[in-house]
Write a protein that binds this ligand. Structure first.
Ligand SMILES: *[C@@H]1O[C@H](CO)[C@@H](O)[C@H](O)[C@H]1NC(C)=O
Ligand SMILES: *[C@@H]1O[C@H](CO)[C@@H](O)[C@H](O)[C@H]1NC(C)=O
Length: 524
């Protein structure tokens, strides 16, 4: 009861499941899933500040009028009752003329214009889904990298200090609630404790009491979290703390004896919930030094004899190579410029091949595709993939551009698909993934291959290439990979998937003259 009621009120609709009528395309701007599309938020900040300032001016004028009226009346109250005609006249004037004018002034709709302007900004304001995605981004970062809530709340990430606005008590409250709803009560309690500390140390905290975010409320959540994780004595302590604040509070008067009774029973602290994301720890693991590392220059084609490519072999079997300085800053600039206006939320598909419409914990990014005719540089990029791999880009998929936002990531997945997938019948499976890094990432955002103990940090300008298939054509499970959540920075990548059959002299199935099916997004 408490959980559903209080938390729903608290989160003011943090969506854990999306209702049918709230299709993503309508209710989300995707602010949190792509750094590239944050611009409207910046202009919103300025516009909203200006409006609110105007509104304050209107209200101040009004308040001045009210204070004047009070002064006038107080002067009347002070004057001695007498049959002085002058005073009678003055009083009559005040209550007949001034008072009526004053009443009509008070009844006027002050500041409505400013409020409606503020309302009109709502179409660019973040929606519930935008907020959920930002919140889950933080949740993902903290749970993946096991960041200390207190450090995180002041911008200290993995030992490095970042300039940012410190979290407020309410921020900690919200993050704690995500843990609570995910039944990770111990982490929830840590965040709620932090919320309480920040509430007590922040002189402006009381302003949030009008929303119901008071210390009393935080203690309620703390008590529930402690009780839910089986720590009854701690729960009792929170209730007793609340009674100190407000002795006559009937809710707490009932809780204390109940918890006293409960804390007589032996405690069975519940174990922490195990994440359903199998490879999450892989992102925070420091892998041992690479088992195999070799660099050489690639001269294989006539062109490369003039401009050999620097290659680093990251893994031998299956082969994973990184080719350095393969895309130049100017080209990167153009790709971002061309793709930015068309970036759309990345689609992923469930095992039943249905696109997952809900805001996704599996992949958070925006993507778009640039076909070979979009710009002449695309053909150059294709040529470099061919030079690097020695394979054909015929019938390959259009270059996919992706941009990630707060905590942006892609859970463990394989790029190849099961043989039954009809879309891959004509050109075969994705034999090669060739991924250009269009940016560095300050912290996080590595590509990690957990079965190979391999971590590849984003390196602007480089191309990483791996094989997705065994020699017999079946999917190679060893190249399962993750894009780790981004702690700091902006991640841009461009991916090319080469197909299997164009690489063969004899195609395994007869070519049908069907148009190539449209392919959108990756397959999970
Ligand atoms: C305390 O718990 C016992 C059972 O464990 C129950 O019978 C009793 O009514 C409880 N007392 C209060 C005040 O809740
Ligand atoms: C394909 O090759 C892999 C690795 O050599 C092997 O594990 C798998 O069973 C083979 N699959 C088939 C269908 O032959």
């Amino acid at each position: 009861m408490f959980r559903t009621c209080v938390l729903i009120c608290l989160l003011n609709g943090v969506a854990l499941s999306t209702k049918k009528e709230e299709k993503l395309s309508i209710v989300s701007h995707g602010y949190a899933i792509s750094q590239a599309h944050m611009l409207p938020l910046l202009s919103l900040r300025e516009e909203a500040t200006r409006n609110l300032r105007n509104y304050a001016t209107v209200l101040t004028k009004r308040l001045t009028q009210v204070k004047l009226a009070i002064k006038q009346l107080e002067a009347l109250v002070k004057s001695k009752p007498s049959s002085n005609t002058l005073l009678t006249f003055k009083q009559t004037r005040i209550f007949y003329i001034d008072w009526r004018k004053w009443l009509s002034f008070v009844k006027e709709k002050h500041g409505y214009e400013e409020i409606s302007k503020l309302q009109s900004l709502r179409h660019i304001m973040p929606t519930k889904i935008d907020y959920d995605e930002a919140l889950y981004g933080i949740y993902r970062l903290q749970s993946t990298y096991r960041l200390d809530p207190a450090e995180m709340s002041v911008g200290l990430l993995r030992g490095r200090k970042y300039r940012c606005k410190k979290f407020h008590a309410v921020d900690c409250l919200m993050i704690g609630s995500v843990y609570y709803l995910n039944e990770d009560f111990q982490d929830a309690e840590r965040w709620f404790q932090l919320a309480l500390e920040k509430y007590h140390s922040d002189p402006n905290s009381k302003q949030f009491d009008i929303f119901g975010w008071s210390d009393d409320f935080i203690l309620k959540l703390l008590m529930k979290a402690a009780q839910s994780s089986g720590r009854f004595k701690a729960a009792l302590e929170y209730a007793e703390q609340a009674l100190v604040i407000d002795r006559s509070h009937s809710f707490w008067q009932q809780q204390v004896p109940r918890l006293k009774n409960l804390s007589l029973t032996p405690e069975h602290p519940k174990r922490e919930k195990i994440s359903k994301y199998l490879f999450k720890p892989a992102c925070r693991m420091e892998f041992p030094a690479k088992k195999y590392l070799r660099c050489h220059l690639l001269f294989s084609s006539p062109f490369l004899q003039l401009a050999p490519i620097k290659v680093e072999e990251l893994n031998l079997d299956p082969p994973i190579n990184i080719y350095h300085n393969l895309i130049h800053n100017e080209e990167i600039f153009w790709i971002k410029t061309l793709s930015n206006p068309h970036l759309k939320r990345s689609t992923i598909f469930s095992s039943s091949k249905q696109p997952i419409e809900d805001f996704s914990n599996i992949r958070t990014s925006k993507t778009m595709h640039l076909n070979d005719d979009a710009h002449k540089l695309i053909k150059n990029l294709n040529q470099r993939v061919m030079d690097a791999t020695g394979l054909s880009v015929m019938e390959s998929e259009d270059l996919q551009i992706s941009n990630y936002g707060i905590g942006g990531h892609f859970s463990e997945h394989q790029d190849s698909v099961p043989p039954t997938d009809g879309k891959f019948r004509i050109s075969g499976n994705r034999i090669i993934t060739a991924l250009y890094y269009l940016s560095d990432v300050e912290l996080g955002g590595e590509t990690v291959f957990p079965f190979l103990d391999l971590r590849v940090p984003a390196q602007k300008g480089s191309l990483v290439v791996w094989y997705n298939l065994f020699l017999n054509g079946t999917s190679d499970w060893r190249v399962v990979h993750i894009s780790c959540p981004i702690l700091m920075g902006d991640k841009w990548i461009a991916t090319k998937w080469l197909r299997e059959y164009p690489q063969m002299f004899i195609r395994p199935c007869p070519l049908k003259m069907e148009p190539l099916p449209e392919y959108s997004g990756n397959t999970f």
